[in-house]
Design a protein around this ligand. Sequence first.
Ligand code: MRU
Length: 332
Amino acid sequence: MPVRALWFDHGALFIIDQRRLPARTVVRRMTRLTEAAEAIRTLAVRGAPAIGVAAAYGMVLGHHEGRYSPGRAARLLRATRPTAVDLSVGSEVVRRAWASGGDVEAAADAYRREIVEECHRIGLAGAPLFAHAPRVLTHCNAGALATVEWGTALAPLRVARERGARIFVWVDETRPLLQGSRLTAWELARERIPHAVIADNAAGHYLSTGQVDAVIVGADRIARNGDFANKIGTYEKAVVAKENGIPFYVAAPWSTFDGGRRTGRSIPVEERSEEEVLSFAGTRVSPERSHARNPAFDVTPFRFVTAFVTPSGVVRPTALERALERRLAGRS
Ligand code: MRU
């Protein structure tokens, strides 16, 4: 069974502290909105759908504290990270319940259930893509840790494996914070799913030498035309996959689709501390006088995407806008 990244119990939010994995599985208990916001900002909880759910419960904590207005609580949580649209979606769902005097905990619970349910459906919809394409490369962590349960990119691989496919996962290490080698590898190892961690700069080698059948990644924000933001380094994997005729899939729940954004050009890209690049595992590796740049995400144009794996099925980029309209009209 995939791990559960967070849960809410007796007025407290519990998360697995992802900064400590894989060395230790530490569960943190939070009762204040500012604690939830700090956990999101520092990547103790991370991955677009998971921070959306954490923000929803952060709103519940803020409501119980009694010293925030719904609008201020939502703004505080939204300000923690700019790229993943799920953060706004999760906090907005609870803000609305709060502002109208509704049951905030029930609203957050319903949002969590919807995300978990959608990720499971992504697994069912995407699994057939890998039945005869079992050697799969992924970037960052788009597993259960990033989504509460199941994962987005990892969900179809889990279901395909349950159905008998001999899945093998190439895991990009994902510098600078190593979400691949620390977190995706941890999830795969605990479920005994065969995999190999590769240095980020090795992906091109495997993609160009016939050792990868398909690529699947998650996303932090997908524009209406299919341009999407995901962990830094995704763009170059997509370009190399296309160059080598390898299908490139993007898996995401509906909360990651930003219907208000026509293209990816205006997606805000989070810039994180240069220390994350200049150091490795807490030890400074670059000269003291060196500086760094550290964009956490890049934007990949839709033309590099073979298809989106959504809770309602596999959708080609050219059909995305129509699928989003159908979804808004409540038809899928
Ligand atoms: O900075 P992170 O670790 O939150 O970045 C996460 C990613 O880029 C994931 O690929 C994305 O959120 C999809 S998670 C299902």
